[in-house]
Design a protein around this ligand. Structure first.
Ligand code: SF4
Length: 317
């Protein structure tokens, strides 16, 4: 690991100022992804600004009847919160489907959203990777791409976003609150946070560089059932091959694209009277595989339809 300097921020505005004014500075909170990336020499920050103890670890009611989840809440704290479990079970299920208890105890809400892809070539600095080194090429196109995207990918990058939590938040129409480098507060729909790779896969999000996520805001719970389903290679501590979040009429897919994928076509098809299977088929019309990940198209269709049916029938996951 390369040498770096470190400071702990006591205030959110001081934190963004420190990152803005220090060349090569990055935020760190739980560190469950960033430290791995630093050890692999993928991330090379010169300075870390620790935001993990900022007073942003509360979960509170909003006047609209939703919840405001501070960005420094741990994944365990959110999944264990009785209000989340009662009103947003899809979110609790998604968080508990991810990582391990130890990791969930450290990982934060903000950090979970900003974790980076687990494409094996992104972590192997001896292999070409446009996300790590723009213009280098993409080793996954003809390589180990069994986990790769089936929707919204480009030849520049076929990686997927690895978060479970973000998929549930997408189905729940959450919003993300931010603090810009100049200290201005902002808010964006979670669908606008992450981006497709296009020709610039080095950018995972639409956040202004140096911005800090301060909270996630949930609207009032939707009418109808909520379900999170995750297909993976083993029963725990594995990233999704495909995941599905259903929250009322909303459907989102995980591990199928560079961002959590809102299944808008499936939702429109369901509203027009299509069966869950027909709705998922409509969603996946434009899906394509890259060889080893071709199976994900069928898996997404079946898991998606099963999750929608489960939510309609009100069964627990
Ligand atoms: Fe890099 Fe993306 Fe290609 Fe993986 S899929 S090697 S992250 S450019």
């Amino acid at each position: 690991m390369r040498p770096f300097t470190y400071e702990r921020a006591e205030d959110a505005k001081d934190a963004v100022r420190a990152v803005r004014e220090t060349p090569g500075a990055r935020f760190i909170a739980g560190g469950t992804n960033l430290i791995d990336l630093m050890k692999a020499d993928v991330e090379r920050p010169a300075h870390l600004v620790d935001v993990g103890r900022l007073p942003l670890a509360e979960i509170s009611e909003t006047p609209e009847g939703g919840l405001r989840i501070g960005a420094m809440t741990t994944n365990s704290q959110v999944a264990d919160d009785l209000r989340v479990r009662a009103r947003y079970p899809v979110l609790a299920q998604a968080i508990l489907a991810g990582a391990t208890q130890q990791l969930r105890n450290k990982a934060t809400t903000g950090g979970n959203l900003l974790q980076r892809t687990r494409c094996p070539y992104f972590y192997d600095v001896s292999k070409p990777c446009n996300k790590r080194e723009p213009g280098a090429g993409c080793a996954a196109l003809d390589g180990l791409n069994q986990g790769a995207a089936i929707l919204g990918a480009t030849e520049a990058c076929i990686a997927v976003h690895p978060s479970d939590m973000a998929v549930a938040l997408t189905a729940l129409d959450a919003r993300v609150e931010t603090l810009s480098p100049s200290g201005e507060t902002g808010s964006m729909a979670i669908e606008a946070l992450h981006r497709l790779p296009d020709s610039a896969p080095q950018h995972d999000t639409n956040l202004e560089p140096g911005s800090l996520i301060t909270a996630v805001v949930l609207p009032p719970p939707p009418q109808g059932g909520q379900v999170y389903r995750k297909a993976r290679e083993r029963a725990s501590y594995a990233f999704a091959l495909v995941s599905v979040a259903v929250a009322g009429d909303a459907v989102a897919l995980g591990s199928v694209a560079h961002k959590p994928w809102r299944a808008s076509r499936a939702e429109a098809a369901r509203a027009a009277g299509a069966s869950p299977a027909e709705a998922m088929a409509a969603e996946l019309e434009s899906a394509r595989g890259y060889g080893r990940n071709d199976y994900k198209i069928r898996l997404a269709a079946r898991l998606g339809a099963a999750a929608v049916e489960q939510a309609m029938n009100g069964r627990a996951a």
